[in-house]
Each structure stands twice: as C-alpha cells, then as structure tokens.
Design a protein around this ligand. Sequence first.
Ligand code: IK2
Length: 346
Amino acid sequence: MKVLESNLDKEYAGITGVPKFTQAAATLAYGQTSSALNEGRVAITQSISGTGALRIGGAFLERFYPSAKKIYIPTPSWANHNAVFKDSGLEVVKYRYYNKDTIGLDFDGMIADLKSAPEGSIFLLHACAHNPTGIDPTKTQWTQISDVMKEKKHYPFFDMAYQGFASGDIDKDAFPIRHFQSEGHQFCLAQSFAKNMGLYGERVGAFSICCDSADEKKRVDSQIKILVRPLYSNPPVHGARIAGEILNDPQLYSQWEKEVKGMADRIISMRAALKKNLEDLGSKHDWSHITNQIGMFAYTGLNSEQMTRLAEEFSVYATKDGRISVAGITSHNVTRLAECIFKVTG
Ligand code: IK2
C-alpha cells in the first residue's frame, strides 16, 4: 500500500537495483554491527531473486576466480545449483553432506572433503534450512567448517534462500554469514526474499561479495555492473520497493519479523505433529529426524518406491528423493499424511 501510495514511476532502476533495498538486504544478512559493512567492504547488487544471485556469482567467479574454475556443492543440493553453475561455465564437483544411515549430517565426510580439496577451492554452503535435506550444521560445526576453510584458503559461496525460515529468528539463521565474516573470510552471498517475504514471483534477491578492502569493493562493484548489463540490463523495481519499504520501516519490519517467526513456528509444530501421529499409529521407525531437521522441507528417509506408492495409492505428491514440503502440512491433513506414510513404511 505504501509503495502504491508513493505513486512512483516505472523508470529503470540502476544496473545494481534499488539502493534502499540492497542496503537493507546487506544489513539483514551481515548484521547491524557488521565490520565489513561499516568498513565499506561489501559490494552488493540486486538480483533476479536467489537464482539470479547464484547466476551472477557463478559468472563472476568464472571470470575472476584465480585458480581452477570448479565449485563444490553438497550431496544432495537444490537441484538447480548444478545447472546454474554449469551454465556459468564452472565445473561442478560434489562434497559429502547427507548421511543416509543417520538421516543426518555427514559431518566427518564433509570435513574430510573440505580437507582433501585443492587449496583455494570454492565451496557452496547453504546458510540455513538446507534444501532438500533440512539438515544444518550446528553452531559448533559451523565454527569447525570455518576453521578448516580458513586453513585451506577455500572460498565460501553462501546461498541463503531461507533467512528466518529455519529457526524463526532472522539473526540466528544468519549465524554462518556473520561468523565467517568475523573470522575474516572473504566470501560471496546469494540472498532470496521469495520465501521469507512471500515475494516469489516478484523475483527479489541480492548478490554480494564481502571484499578485503573498500578499494577492492569499488573494483568489484564496477565488474559486477559490467557482468549484469549484458545479462539483463537492470532488475525489476516493484518487489524490491516492497522489500525495501518493509526492511526500512521499523513498524513494518517488526510486523514482518513476527510473521516470519509465525511461519517458522508453524512449520516446527507440523514437524512435531507428523512425528507424534506416526508414533501414535505404532510406527516402529525412528522419526526423530523429522523434528531434528529444520526449514520448509523434510527429508523423510522414504525411498523412491515408497514415494511412488504415496503418490499412486494415496495421492500424496512429493519428490522421489523422499523430500516433503512441511509448509504444505496443516492440522487438517497431518493425520491422513501420517497414516499414508505409516502404510507405505510398515
Ligand atoms: N537456493 C535454494 C537452496 C533454494 O531452495 C531456492 C529456491 N527453491 O525453491 C524451491 C525448490 O525448487 O525446491 C533458491 C536458491 C532460489 O530461489 P528463488 O530464485 O526463487 O529466489
């Protein structure tokens, strides 16, 4: 409403977008007290949502990263990561992340892969609410990941498509970004506002690089413009204006913060309800991973035959890898969903 009332024109934004939005997006991710922001070391551009931010990052690294043009992504990862980085001209390599026996994080495997990768490798890290597994490292594990990456001079590329959706707390979910920043890493970051602001189709996102110095930031800014111009000239304005208004207005911001928390809490309560319903039905399986995981997706551990049965016999549709959208579970359908899962898992 505020955006409409301000009666703005529909002129092009600058190449790097709406400054009111990008500045606020950077503060949201890096934090109010961020030394990188205060020292003017963060180069940021608006992007075509999170996917566009990853694509700019891929193109930037392909053009400027000094060593091998490879990017390591977790196994599994959001399916589009592979395509985005391949199309950016990078070679995509996998690192261990998910342990199917524990339906949890393969932390030892991940650390081993970080250690064995050539020095200075680029690693894609899901900042929070890992898609598709819903499994995030703990704070202690993030600290260890940061230490190993520093030792090996690896370059982190954070993808943060769900800030606030994991824990319900915007700051808590940004922990890895802020920790790596305080540890002196240089890194890049893709942000999406599709989920946490419900702005999916407006394509609101940001790509930033935490640089070594304000001087380097200026050079990076100019190269980002040179990259973006032939890709899409300049980003759409409407969604960025909405997000910018919310992030800059204290009243709207606090209302949004509460709504994000409300969404995250609802997801957490649906996870608990699904687990309880399965236990009440007498399921002999351990479903604790459902509540240990975080964010809008749950990796159930069901195999592709069981997922096919869910679809064909019970009209419950989800991906073959066993991932279900917890955002689609409600107090009305959770009992039926549990019954169907119980029937296919025995
Ligand atoms: N990065 C990750 C990890 C994502 O999950 C997404 C959005 N995924 O959407 C749901 C799905 O297809 O599983 C993105 C980036 C990019 O999102 P967007 O371009 O919509 O901001």
